[in-house]
Every structure is written in structure tokens, then in C-alpha cells.
Write a protein that binds this ligand. Sequence first.
Ligand SMILES: C[S@@+](CC[C@H](N)C(=O)[O-])C[C@H]1O[C@@H](n2cnc3c(N)ncnc32)[C@H](O)[C@@H]1O
Length: 244
Amino acid sequence: MRIDILTTFPEMFSSVFAASILKRAIERELIDIRIHNIREHSDSKHKNTDDYPFGGGAGMVMMVQPVWDCMDAVTGGENVHRIYMSPKGAPLTQTRACELASYDRLVILCGHYEGIDERIMNIVDEEISIGDYVLTGGELPAMVLVDCIARHVDGVLGSSDSVKDESFSQGLLEYPQYTRPAEFRGMSVPEVLLNGNHAEIDRWRREQAIKVTKERRPDILKDAVLSKKELSFLESLLKEEYEE
Ligand SMILES: C[S@@+](CC[C@H](N)C(=O)[O-])C[C@H]1O[C@@H](n2cnc3c(N)ncnc32)[C@H](O)[C@@H]1O
């Protein structure tokens, strides 16, 4: 999969893509990430990329010309899916990241300052937000999006089960995880995880996932596919809560 990122701050990406899972994915050619400096496409003498907003108001707005020409140069007229990182976009979800991982090519556009001249939306397919808050630029959101998508690209994670079990993948948050030592400062790992009975471990993990989701994110529980036994476990939790 190839991902092109259009930015006025290319230097921001180097450390994130040079470490951990993303670094390995790039080295193994599972994802090909190319960073493009919008500034190089500016027609102006001083390579400006922003100007004052028409109608007045605070801050600067990214000009349509350099962004449009950068997009044209990167896509070469090909039908590539183009995403603009924007607080006004649709909230990023695990489901959408998984869908985007199936595209051969994506282009991600990062805004800065007060945003980009609205006319650029004519060549954008989708706007994505990483949350209900405003950041200085689209660079951090683009890194979040690439990281999230990469986890769904075949071969990037050691085991495909890692994504299947993760929070949000099955309408549930993940169960609690433990590693050695089994005892630390008087705190023990739940006994069930030490007994080697995989059916019991699976049941415990599912129940813990249901419990934590009910407590913290009841809004996503409606998407969970639960067995009859799991439904009655959930009902018992709700009953306990009601009786308290
Ligand atoms: C300071 S923000 C502009 C905010 C804009 N004036 C507004 O109120 O909606 C500059 C750039 O950061 C990026 N950005 C900021 N917050 C974001 C978020 N929550 N999700 C995705 N991108 C974001 C966008 O690319 C945006 O163009």
C-alpha cells in the first residue's frame, strides 16, 4: 500500500516513521510512505503557502494554488483516494481505518494555520477528524491515521489476532492484560490466567471485555456480537448495578 502525505512541515514525520512497527512495515515494503512538501509547489516568489482570510478574521489560511498543484503532481491525474485531516471531518473509527487499509493508494492532506481555502474540497474525497479538539496542524492527525491504518495491513503486526482482539474491533474494549511477574507488591495476576485452561481463559477475557465496555463505553456495546451466555452475563451486570 502506498500513502502520500502532503504537508508544509515534512520534518515532523521523520521520527514517527523511523521507529517501532511503522519502521518495520516500511523496511519490509508493506507500506510505502512518501512525504511531499506543499511549499515546493507554490508559484509565489517566496514560496508562500498561506495568506490573509478574505472577509477578515484571525490567522492565516493555506492558499489553494500550492495545495492543488501539489495534489496534481502527486496523483498524476490517477483516481487515488484523497483524505483531508480536519476537525470538521467524520470521526476516525477502527472500522474506517480497517476499510482504508484495503486501498492500494491513499493521499493524506495536512492543513495548518486556520485551515485551507475551501475550494480545495473539490479535490478531496473524505475529511477525517481524530477527535473533538483542535490541533495546530494536520501532521499529528495524519500520523495517527497512518499508524491506525497500518495495523490493519496484512503482515504489519506479528499476528492478525492482535487486531481481532483489540479494543473496538468487536464492539468491545479489550480485556485486562498481564505479564510476569505473577506477583508484584502484593498484587496477583488473576488465577484463571495461570492455569493453562484456554477455554476458561477465553471466557474470562470475553467477560472482562464486556464488563469494562459496559462501565466505560456503554455506547459501543450495542455493536457487540454476544453469545447467549455472554448476554446473560451482561444482564447479570446490569441487574447488579440496578440493585446497588
Ligand atoms: C488550527 S487547525 C484549523 C482549525 C479550524 N480553524 C477550525 O476551527 O475548524 C489547522 C489544521 O490542523 C488539522 N487539525 C486540527 N485539529 C484536527 C483534528 N481534530 N482532526 C484532524 N485534523 C485536525 C487540520 O488539517 C486543520 O486544517
